[in-house]
Unconditional design. Sequence first.
Length: 133
Amino acid sequence: MWKRKEKQLVMWKSHSLRRVVRSTLSAETISCVDCVEAALFCQKRLLELKGLKVPIVAIPNNKSLVDTVYSTKNPQDKRLRVEIISLRYMIEVGEVERLEWRNTSAQMADCQTKSAGAAAERLLKFIHPEYQT
């Protein structure tokens, strides 16, 4: 079992989406799938290198995304449906432990994607608890 002793920022990325989308839900879903795939890559590397199986919990700030993934209904948009089914499958087979919604104000990485007013102190304190402002 993996126990967190130290926290380290493993990866950070900011980029345009790989395709044009029609809704916020589609954009958030594509971003979540990309993030989970990157986390799976890191998880597999840690397993190979250190024998550690680190659980993956995706924490989006879009409640509709989490509700849609855990719903039995499929979205109308067929491309979005493929991405949602992909997330559902990753949870079903245990690659991803769960999706857990957090409000935007509780997002650790918010300071890395917002230019004005988003404080970095919370992220710094999470990574380095001894950090003082």
